[in-house]
Write a protein that binds this ligand. Sequence first.
Ligand code: SF4
Length: 724
Amino acid sequence: MTTAHRTCPICDAVCGLKIDLDPAGRVTKVRGDADDPFSKGYICPKGASLGRLDEDPDRLRHPMIREGDQWREASWDEAFEAVDRGLTGVIEKHGRDAVAVFFGNPTYHTMAGFMYRMPLTQSLNTRNTYSSGTIDHMPKHVACGHLYGDPFAIAVPDVDRTDFLLVIGANPMESHGSLCAAPDFPRRLRELRERGGKLVVIDPRRTRTAAIADEHLPVRPGTDPFLLLAVVNTLLTENLAKVTLDVNGLDELRELAAEFTPAVAESVCGVPAEDIARLARELAAAPTAAVYSRMGGSVVEFGTLTQWLVDVVNILTGNLDRPGGTMFTKTAALEVFRSGEPFQAGRWKSRVRGLPEALGELPTATLADEIETPGEGQVRALVAIAANPVLAAPNGPRLERAFEDLEFMVCVDPYLNETTRRAHVILPPPRMLQMPHYDFLLQIVTVRNYTRFSPAILPLEPDQRSEAEILARLTLIAAGAGASADPAGLDETVLGQLVGAATQIPGSPYQGRDPAEVRAELDGDSGPELMLDIMLKLGPYGLSLARLRENPHGIDLGPLEPRLKELLCTPSGRVELTPPPIVEDLGRLRAKLSAPTPELVLIGRRQLRSNNSWLHNVPSLLGGSNRCTLHVNPADVAKYGLGEQAIVRSATGEVIVAVEPTDSIRPGVVSIPHGWGHKGSEQRVAAQNPGVNANALTDELVVDVPSGNAVFNGVPVTVSPYEP
Ligand code: SF4
């Protein structure tokens, strides 16, 4: 038996794991790594199932090529040649914008997913770049981009030091934190209470987080910006604000918030005005406080406004960028994703609906339009990497139909699932334990400065290809270099750019040195590892891959420290409290005040044993609370005469789903978890527990306007009893 140490790659919490393997390389046990200074031995049921997930017999082992309705195994060379023919054919016939690329959520969790994203996007040179970002967190990027100039300046709650944590539309007891990496969130919340702190949760559901909170305010879905504006209103009218940062727009903010009194907010949110005003006063009075919001305040009609207001409240209470408030993590690797240039969104618009670009991406909500609508620039081919948008995107069934019409589609994915079955070629990456691991992106949202590298635990089999090689070869094909171009050549090009820049950066340890000499000193067994090595050496702690290897449990780099001044890159050099694109969107919010309130709306829900659709093929993660049911308040069960099953209808579709009455959800709201609806998948366990696709009900035509983000929460629906 051998024991290996590795970061869990499943969710944002980045827990350290201790993995026992038998001589055949099979995982026999997974425990939390007690020596990891950040996660300290914590593990959740998903992490404990990593071995089963990794060894899933339904994972594809060979490239697959589809001929008509039939799939057959292919060699890597044959598969890449088919990709070359497919992509090159579409580019030659229709131009580069005719190829779309979609990066799914797992690409944020792998080294290669991060490292090759930019080279692949640049090689494709298409305006049709999409990702799970616009069905998740794009509103946060857009809000922070406008406030601070840097869309990656995302402040995390300093949960270990705060005196008051206000959680809006997030459920870290089950999600374990998202855009906020805090392994063992339950312990951290417990400790907050034990040191006399207060936890308040605003959520339409009494989630597990709400259940342990000091106070739960059950809000109507999607109305958080009204509540937060009323908090701003109270802070400013009662002179409770204590702004400590250099800001522009405080007077304009005061004027904008004037009409959104707590009484106005109550009429929309359903939260009593006196509770909203009291909340504002408590936030202002707390020695330190942090407001944190995730999916419930992001995948909503006013996601950007909500995320903007979260930071505005943190700024007004003097809590942004200070211990105990919300703070910016300082990553170990050079932050190559920060451009240093002021953020701009909408540099181009989508062809059909004119939706804005953000971070170089178009909204996923318009991908089907771009495929279906004829004309110059129509999408005719798709490269999908670790993505299952048929289940994850709004109006997934429409997207599935659109995929059928593509001239070519290639997926990098370990499964034959609801999306990849529409592809012409599937390129399967190896198992997780066969890949080195480093969290480039998640380490920008850890609640302590921390870093950890995990080498591959198991070698590749001769007939496997690393994820890095797969993505590098796709990049070379997209660049017109053909199917047989050497991926090492791409790595050297990228390394050459990094090394070249390093020798020019003033103050860099390599300034003025010979690039060839610097390149020769780099350490690593693969392109991504070599790139990581130089990024660590150029990072603020002067680390290296060798140092990380010497510390297999990770390195604690200390508590978060104020660093906004370093990140701020607005043209004015000040925090912009009232950026014009945000102020403009307030008009849309104002119009809601006179709009009718839907009688019943749909929201999603996070489940402890699930994350996204790819976790539904592991028997140990199914059952218990991890069931795809419709949560309905008993009052609504009676009101609509529901029995065991219900038909839920929306503007886009309908599903028949099992009813689970529960008083944990407020009346007027029903909930279906996301990622279900397994149909036509070769994932046998998932196929036996298919659930329903909540995204058959979500409407791709409704988006958060500034970010183009999809709206999954607050979808108007009707329910009626279903008798089979
Ligand atoms: S909380 Fe997330 S990172 Fe930690 S063990 Fe569970 S799935 Fe893995």
